[in-house]
Design a binder for this molecule. Structure first.
Ligand code: PLP
Length: 391
């Protein structure tokens, strides 16, 4: 089946109690058994019955199976948020004295986990520019264990060659974990390019409506996913709510349609911004002059996502006025919703980066990030044009 058919069709409706087209939400924290022997079968992996929602639940399982299918993985684990997925995945792959090599630009909280939290458990970190895969070769040490990056990266939109990085990682026996939140499985399938684990904040495009937090990790390795689920998600407790799994499954049905429109509008807006006299620079992988544009083209199904970062002429003071005055776009963190959003990463999502070293991490104080929503694209362009001309 092609992507949209897989995204829409549930294999479950014949199996739920009333043959409902959409599975009922299993809002139960615990599940009952007829005998202790039946419970023991579950504990010994001889049965797929449910015990307790922090271990598994029918609605969560449906979401996990859907994500495994869309990412061409074998299995998946649902989490309470993208950060729960990222932190649990990293903890599951690392031990004291190991080293993580991460791309220099990451979502703020992911940077914080790698730069500040993991070192408390004697896991060291190194931030490298992975847009040039040869930098990885020189960064690897005997302690390196995990390579971690986002592509496109938040908020620089840096494009990293997944296949190339995975090739180098394999030669050194390193695990590759990719946060593919910006690309979604509609544009990229990192596991097919050699990644060991792909993680998403499902709070963004997968849900698509800004009303349910969630996260997910997918792998082709079933043994690893069982370890991640039962030794980390279940024990650390970052489980997704069944209601959020239901909302995310509903969102996924229109992921393909939404991504088409998001990407189409974003490309138009990126071109508009790059030709605007008040704009200094635009970062968008769909622009031919953008570094690794050709890799993005190949890796993202010929589309480029719907996040744009840019700089206006006139610096931070003008940026603040522009962001405050811009119509239609809401001033808010997050992305991937129907509504277009604007934010200033250094002051908002990436506030935890050392402010005196922003440049080293591919950030600037005056960078603006847009999440292009599903409104009429001409209205969005008019709003941007007005705010650029009048502020
Ligand atoms: N990864 C990326 C690329 C993000 O942009 C975000 C949040 O903005 C996260 C992970 C964290 O996701 P969540 O807010 O669902 O924990």
């Amino acid at each position: 089946m092609k992507f949209d058919t897989k995204a829409i069709h549930s294999q479950k409706h014949k199996k739920n109690p009333h043959n409902a087209l959409n599975s009922p939400i299993a809002m139960s924290s615990t599940f009952c058994f007829d005998s202790v022997e039946d419970v023991q079968k579950v504990m010994n992996f001889q049965s797929n019955d449910y015990v307790y929602t922090r271990g598994n639940n029918p609605t969560l399982r449906e979401f996990e199976e859907k994500m495994a299918q869309l990412e061409n993985g074998t299995a998946a684990v649902a989490f309470a948020s993208g950060m729960a997925a990222i932190s649990s995945t990293l903890l599951s792959l690392l031990q004291p004295n190991d080293e993580v090599i991460a791309h220099k630009t990451l979502y703020g909280s992911s940077y914080n986990v790698i730069a500040s939290l993991l070192p408390k458990y004697s896991v060291t970190s190194k931030f490298v520019d992975l847009t040039d895969a040869s930098n990885l070769q020189t960064a690897i040490t005997p302690n390196s264990k995990v390579i971690y990056f986002e592509t496109p990266a938040n908020p620089s939109l840096d494009i990293i060659d997944i296949a190339e990085i995975c090739k180098i990682a394999r030669e050194h026996n390193l695990k590759v974990v990719i946060d593919s939140t910006f690309a979604t499985p509609y544009l990229t399938n990192p596991l097919d390019l050699g990644a060991d684990v792909v993680v998403h904040s499902s709070s963004k495009y997968l849900c698509g409506h800004g009303d349910a937090l969630g996260g997910v990790a997918v792998s082709k390795d079933l043994e690893y996913i069982n370890k991640l689920k039962f030794d980390y998600m279940c024990e650390l407790g970052g489980v997704m709510s069944p209601f959020n799994a239901f909302l995310t499954l509903r969102g996924i049905k229109t992921l393909g349609l939404r991504m088409e429109r998001h990407c189409q509008s974003a490309k138009k807006i990126a071109v508009f911004l790059s030709n605007h006299p008040h704009v200094k620079s635009v970062s968008y992988p769909g622009l031919e002059q953008f570094k690794n544009h050709e890799i993005a083209k190949k890796q993202m199904s010929g589309k480029f996502g719907a996040i744009i970062s840019f700089e206006v002429k006139g610096g931070l003071e003008r940026v603040i006025k522009f962001a405050n005055e811009l119509k239609i776009f809401s001033l808010a963190v997050s992305l991937g919703d129907c509504e277009s959003l604007i934010e200033v990463p250094a002051a908002m999502t990436h506030f935890c980066y050392p402010q005196d070293q922003l440049k080293d991490f591919g950030l600037t104080p005056s960078m603006i990030r847009l999440s292009i929503g599903l409104e009429d694209c001409d209205d969005l362009i008019d709003a941007l044009d007005n705010a650029l001309n009048n502020n």
